[in-house]
Design a protein around this ligand. Structure first.
Ligand code: SAM
Length: 429
């Protein structure tokens, strides 16, 4: 397929996502199934246009003066693919599968509607109702941070130190442009893709099959690292899900001590069994039923709450979620987070620690939750987060926003990661 055919397909898929509120990944998969002639390169390029259009939705709509699927898809190419209208036009000439060329009206709109004077929420490509949240998190850097959350993400890997050395994996992936991560001690990064490219299918690598590395955003790796799990500890991973953090904790504990992996949704835990086997993690007991946790009350050295959240820190990877999120859903998450913190804190032993993590950048889900929890539970106090960051990542004070008494906020612009919040609370002994 030439660019025109790919663009037409992207317009059709964006239409489907917008009209039927479908997750982008589902709409793309379905399109692929009903257009089997499209090769892997075509699918990747179409996926890139769709995801770029969702990331830059407001900027594209601003440029064209309307929020049609066509405006979003053309906007993606103009804003993210480095194409100017004439170059785009040249690629569409004589492509009978492409959409109609830019009209004079569209060209005039693009020329007139520069983004420099657009409102902040347009330049930051975020919903209006999120502005207050972003401003509170990032002060006068909020537009730049929101913009960074609307950019393409890198592909991050975490090497499993139980099975392999990072340098060895780097060698195995030498043809992918992989580099050592800036901060995460076991991390490897493959830079964001450009244009119509696609990331290598690292899951097909023998090293992946052998459990030598996992796919995990560097922010998630840093959060697990900050939790400070050590050999011999008793740890409860209260919201373990598919086990991304569990695996990192298990490796940090060198397979000694015990991790209890729980999640209220059994089906979320399903992938953990195969992942544990592949990574040769042998110190994890999966506990799907809540009543199984009873005997752990007041006994854990560390309880990890990787809480359900708005996911606002992951908008680079899931831009459709940015537009689906509503204030009502945020309210529901806030109530869940507070309930989970109360329940999970009961498992911390005197003198033990409670680590709270979200993949959100919203202060309501982060700093405010910690403040409220501490006022409900006076036996807990926040550790010194500046000290914690400095001990783990010396010389990198500028790479995170740290509120010494509440927690550490990671973000694409400062940390080069997804947005994550980490807070560590100590229970009086
Ligand atoms: C952010 S995800 C966890 C991701 C996982 N820790 C990882 O690193 O891959 C949050 C998880 O919390 C779980 N959850 C939601 N409510 C819960 C509750 N009341 N108790 C325990 N887990 C809960 C969800 O099912 C979801 O899997």
């Amino acid at each position: 397929m030439r660019l025109g055919g790919r663009l037409a397909a992207a317009i059709e898929i964006i239409e489907e996502i917008q009209a039927r509120h479908r997750p982008a990944a589902d709409a793309l998969r379905e399109w692929g199934l009903s257009h089997r002639f499209a090769g892997a390169g075509d699918r990747a390029a179409i996926g890139n246009i769709v995801y770029d259009a969702l990331r830059r939705r407001r900027s594209a709509a601003w440029l064209f003066g309307e929020e049609t699927s066509r405006a979003l898809a053309f906007g993606a190419l103009l804003l993210e693919w480095g194409l100017v209208p004439d170059a785009l036009e040249a690629q569409l000439v004589d492509d009978r599968f492409g959409p109609p060329a830019l009209t004079a009206v569209e060209r005039n709109a693009i020329a007139a509607n520069g983004l420099d004077h657009a409102p902040g929420a347009v330049r930051g490509d975020c919903p209006d109702w999120c502005v207050e949240q972003l401003r509170e998190a990032f002060d006068d850097e909020w537009i730049a941070e929101a913009g960074a959350l609307a950019s393409r993400p890198p592909l991050d890997l975490r090497v499993n130190p139980l099975r392999a050395k990072r340098e060895r994996i780097l060698q195995e992936l030498s043809d992918t442009g992989a580099l050592l991560s800036d901060l995460a001690p076991h991390g490897i990064r493959i830079a964001p893709i450009e244009g119509s490219g696609r990331h290598p299918n690292v899951q097909a690598e023998p090293a992946y099959r052998k459990g030598w590395f996992e796919i995990q955003d560097e922010g998630s790796q840093l959060a697990a690292e900050l939790a400070g799990a050590r050999p011999g500890m008793q740890v409860l991973d209260y919201c373990a899900g598919a086990g991304g953090k569990t695996l990192a904790l298990s490796a940090a504990m060198e397979n000694s001590g015990q991790i209890f992996a729980h999640d209220s949704e059994k089906q979320r835990l399903a992938p953990i069994f195969e992942r544990l086997k592949r990574s040769e993690s042998r110190n994890v007991q999966v506990m799907a039923r809540h009543d199984e946790l009873q005997s752990l009350a007041g006994r854990m050295d560390l309880v990890l709450v990787d809480a359900p959240c708005s996911g606002s820190g992951t908008w680079r990877r899931r831009p459709d979620a940015k537009w689906r999120l509503t204030p009502r859903q945020l309210e529901v998450r806030l109530a869940e987070q507070s309930d989970i913190l109360d329940l999970a804190s009961a498992y911390v032993r005197p003198g033990g620690r409670l680590a709270y993590i979200t993949c959100s950048v919203f202060a309501q889900e982060n700093h405010h939750q910690i403040e409220a929890f501490l006022s409900r539970h006076p036996q807990f106090s926040a550790i010194d987060h500046e000290g914690l960051w400095d001990t783990r990542f010396p010389g990198h004070a500028a790479r995170a926003r740290i509120d010494a008494a509440k927690g550490i906020l990671l973000s694409p612009l400062r940390s080069g990661t997804d947005g994550f919040f980490f807070s560590m609370l100590h229970k009086a002994g």
